[in-house]
Design a protein around this ligand. Structure first.
Ligand code: NAD
Length: 510
């Protein structure tokens, strides 16, 4: 009765897609579907060109989605039978059907900051979550377990329960909180080897039974890493984890401002602090501040919660983390302008790195966007942008969404780092991609370290011979490392054919 045979993920984004793929990969006997109302995204998940770039993702998706053919040849005396496997992962726009077949339904839709009405600019916009919950309430099997995978405000499980009470008054459903802690850029590794799995349930026999059912699909994770807590603790813990990570970045960034005005060096200070085992060394790299779709929105949601609980001191404390993040970007821009003698007019400026962090193609809330917007006001002759994770066209489309064409006529995006740097007065490394660090592009300073800002007046019109010898790939050099047990499986089934006019195939190959 408790055996899980079918799971549905609602929302095929940065969380739903990779999480479903790893769950399917690790549970060959469970059918996993990922549904989304965005048909373009679903088509992309079905194709050779996944909508999301993550090291290792392609392999996991291909194994689970396309299966593994039985081994036809043997190499020498080694005739180990490789486990053949049938596909158990599908991507679909048939939301209702997939939901109706599932024993567990995950909600992995977007929960951005609300931009209008009550709570505009800080509350969480739960429209997508509510609409998904209504569809699930209408179509789910009686007794299916509903799981919040999205990051939600504390108390959201009750809202979902209320929706179910209206649509299915005669059936009983458990709503669990199972927030996702993966970091973009290392999503597959994080899913295969998470620090913990957090499961929040109601403290009742049916709540515990639902939690046990959910736990059973995390078959590859050591029991000691599974934390079972009450629903509200799980919901709140996710938001606070992000707020605390962001807070560390802002903390070290405030110190970088002090370093700039004294003789102290931020990297030395950070190393000294980080070697204290009580503090640890992670998230102590000073830079232009955090971006991405999560940190800011989760801090805003936390302050909204604090204010609505009449705890203004708590809200103010967390708002300061965001204020420092803005301050840091302003300092960086001021520094660029002053390094270039206050005059960007007529100069070419190169921005290397447009994604919000390395090893992802996600550009949401990237600090680069604001830097580019502000630089444009200084009227340089050209702003050149290159990122190893996005094609020139993808960067263009993203930037076009933020600014008017007139403002950006001098903005050019590149598929090649040399062309982007050629003839530039300044190269700004805004994302710490490995290739920017390891190549000669390192220039004379550290990636995004503000105390020695990555502004260098180099004349890149003459190609640097060292750079030419070790070319910087124009596409992500995804780590060939395959995590977990993946390395033991082969051969894969050929991925689906592309249509003859496939646009993505025309872009430079990896
Ligand atoms: P996303 O925008 O990439 O994906 C969400 C998807 O849900 C979209 O494709 C959208 O079309 C789909 N969707 C929305 N409403 C739907 C509906 N009613 N029916 C079907 N599909 C619907 O978002 P994401 O980055 O994957 O984030 C999802 C959630 O996970 C958010 O709550 C986020 O805070 C949280 N989270 C994100 C990360 C991250 O690194 N991106 C990490 C942990 C948690």
């Amino acid at each position: 009765e408790t055996r899980v045979q079918n799971i549905c993920f609602v929302g095929a984004g940065y969380v739903g897609g990779p999480t479903a793929a790893v769950v399917a990969y690790q549970n060959p006997n469970i059918q996993v579907s990922v549904v989304d109302k965005n048909s373009e995204r679903i088509e992309s998940w079905k194709s050779r060109h996944l909508p999301i770039h993550e090291p290792g993702l392609e392999d996991v998706v291909r194994i689970a989605r396309d299966g593994i053919a039985s081994r036809t040849h043997s190499s020498g005396s080694d005739e180990r039978s490789m486990s053949q496997r049938s596909p158990n992962l599908i991507f679909s726009t048939d939301v209702e059907k997939c939901i109706s077949e599932a024993d567990i339904v995950f909600i992995a839709v977007n929960t951005p900051t609300k931009e209008y009405g009550t709570g505009a600019g800080s509350a969480t916009n739960l429209a997508a979550l509510e609409s998904a919950a209504v569809t699930i309430a209408q179509f789910a099997r009686a007794g299916a377990v509903i799981v919040e995978k999205s990051t939600v405000p504390c108390g959201t499980a009750r809202t979902i329960q209320d929706i179910f009470a209206v649509h299915r008054p005669n059936d009983k459903f458990e709503v669990l909180s199972n927030p996702e802690f993966l970091a973009e850029g290392s999503a597959i590794r994080d899913l295969l080897c998470p620090d913990r799995i957090l499961i929040g349930s109601s403290r009742s026999p049916s709540g515990f039974a639902a939690a046990a059912k959910l736990q059973s699909i995390y078959s590859w994770i050591d029991k000691s890493k599974i934390l079972t807590v009450n629903t509200w603790s799980a919901e709140l813990a996710k938001v606070v984890a992000n707020a605390m990570l962001a807070q560390r970045i802002s903390s070290i960034n405030t110190i970088s401002a002090i370093c700039d005005k004294t003789g102290a060096e931020i990297d030395q200070v950070a190393a000294a602090i980080g070697s204290d085992s009580r503090l640890g060394s992670k998230f102590l790299k000073a830079g232009i501040g955090f971006g991405g779709s999560c940190f800011k929105k989760d801090i805003l949601a936390l302050t909204y919660l604090a204010n609505s609980l009449h705890l203004p001191e708590v809200a103010d404390y967390w708002m300061a983390v965001l204020a420092v993040n803005d301050f840091q970007k302003t300092r960086f821009l001021d520094k660029i302008v002053s390094k270039l003698n206050g005059a960007l007019y007529g100069k070419k400026i190169t921005v290397l790195g447009y994604t919000f962090k390395q090893n992802t193609n996600d550009t949401r809330e990237s600090p680069a966007i604001e830097v580019i917007q502000k630089l444009a006001e200084e009227r340089p002759s050209e702003i050149a942008v290159f990122d190893p994770g996005c094609t020139a066209l993808e960067i263009r489309h993203s930037i076009d969404a933020f600014v008017s064409p007139a403002q950006f006529q001098n903005l050019h995006t590149y598929d090649n780092v040399y062309d982007a740097c050629s003839g530039s007065s300044a190269i700004l490394i805004l994302t710490p991609w490995e290739q920017f660090k390891s190549s000669k592009l390192k220039l004379d300073s550290q990636d995004i370290n503000l105390t020695s800002p990555t502004v260098s007046s180099i004349d890149a019109s003459i190609p640097d011979p060292a750079l030419a010898r070790s070319p910087v790939p124009t596409k992500p050099a995804y780590s060939p490392t395959i995590y977990g047990e993946l390395k033991t499986v082969s051969p894969l089934v050929e991925p689906p054919e592309c249509p003859p006019d496939c646009q993505r195939c025309q872009t430079p190959a990896a």
